[in-house]
Design a protein. Structure first.
Length: 260
C-alpha cells in the first residue's frame, strides 16, 4: 500500500498542482477519482477518498495560494466575506459523505466539471459588491466538503464576475485551503468514525501525501506563472478543454458504478 500510495500521489500531485496554479482548484477533481480507484472498496468507498482528498487539498491549495500571493493575486476583502460560510458548510458536507452513494458522488463531480467548462466558455459581466459572495459561501462549502474538492470549480466563476481571472484564482486557492483545513479539524474532533477508516489505510495515506508534497509544488509554480505569460482568453479556452475531458471521465465512471 505504501508503494501504491507513492505512485498514485505522484500522478495526482503533478496533475492537481498544474490545475491548482492555473484554475485555483484544490485538486479534488483529480484526487477523489484516483484515490477511489486504488483504495479497497470495503473501506467506505468514496467517503474515505474524499477525506484523504481534503487532506491533500490543504497542501495543494497552500502551495498554490502562496505562489499567487507572491504574485499579488489575492483579494482580501472577498476572502473575508467567503471564509466563514465556506468553513461551516464544508465541515457539515464532509460529515454527510459517510452516507452518500458512490455513483452520486461521481455523477456530481461530472456535473461540476461540465458546468465549469461551460462557464469558462461564455462571456461574463463584471459587477461590484460582496453580498453574493457571502450568500453563496455556505452552499459552496457544503458541496465542496461533500465531494472532497477545494471549491475552485464554483469559487473562481463566482469571483471572476468582480475580479480579474488571476485574482479570482489566487483568492479561490487561499479560501479553499482554509476551508478544507477547517472541515478536517472539525470532523477529526467530532466524528470518531473517521479514525479507524484512516488507520486501516495509513500506509497508503502516508505514501500518497508524501508524493503529492514532493511533486505538486513544482507543477503549481509552473502553472501559476502561465497567468503572466498567456492571455486570459487563452487560459479560459485551455481550462474549457480540460474540464470537458474531466466531465466525460467522471460521467463514464458514474455509469460504470451504477451498472456493476
Amino acid at each position: 500500500m505504501l508503494f501504491t500510495g507513492l505512485a498514485v500521489g505522484a500522478l495526482a500531485g503533478a496533475a492537481s498542482g498544474a490545475l491548482a496554479g492555473l484554475a485555483g482548484i484544490g485538486g479534488g477533481l483529480i484526487y477523489v477519482p484516483l484515490f477511489y480507484i486504488f483504495l479497497p472498496h470495503d473501506t467506505n468507498g468514496t467517503s474515505l477518498a474524499i477525506f484523504i482528498s481534503l487532506l491533500a487539498i490543504v497542501f495543494t491549495g497552500g502551495f498554490s495560494a502562496r505562489a499567487h500571493y507572491r504574485l499579488g493575486h489575492l483579494d482580501k476583502a472577498s476572502a473575508t466575506h467567503l471564509l466563514p460560510g465556506l468553513m461551516v458548510g464544508a465541515s457539515l458536507g464532509l460529515m454527510l459523505t459517510l452516507h452518500l452513494p458512490e455513483a452520486l458522488v461521481l455523477a456530481a463531480l461530472a456535473g461540476l466539471d461540465a458546468w465549469i467548462a461551460w462557464d469558462y466558455g461564455r462571456a461574463t459581466t463584471a459587477h461590484q459588491g460582496k453580498g453574493p459572495l457571502w450568500l453563496a459561501s455556505g452552499p459552496i462549502g457544503y458541496v465542496s466538503g461533500s465531494l472532497g474538492i477545494g471549491g475552485g470549480t464554483m469559487l473562481v466563476p463566482l469571483l471572476r464576475r468582480s475580479l480579474p481571472l488571476r485574482m479570482a484564482v489566487g483568492t479561490s486557492a487561499f479560501c479553499g485551503t482554509l476551508m478544507a483545513a477547517a472541515a478536517l479539524i472539525v470532523n477529526g474532533i467530532w466524528v470518531p468514525a473517521w479514525r479507524p477508516m484512516l488507520g486501516s489505510q495509513g500506509w497508503f495515506v502516508f505514501g500518497a501525501l508524501s508524493a503529492v508534497l514532493l511533486v505538486m509544488p513544482h507543477a503549481t509554480r509552473w502553472s501559476a506563472r502561465l497567468h503572466t505569460e498567456l492571455g486570459e482568453k487563452d487560459i479560459q479556452r485551455l481550462l474549457k478543454v480540460v474540464f470537458s475531458i474531466l466531465a466525460l471521465a467522471m460521467l463514464l465512471a458514474a455509469i460504470k458504478e451504477l451498472v456493476t
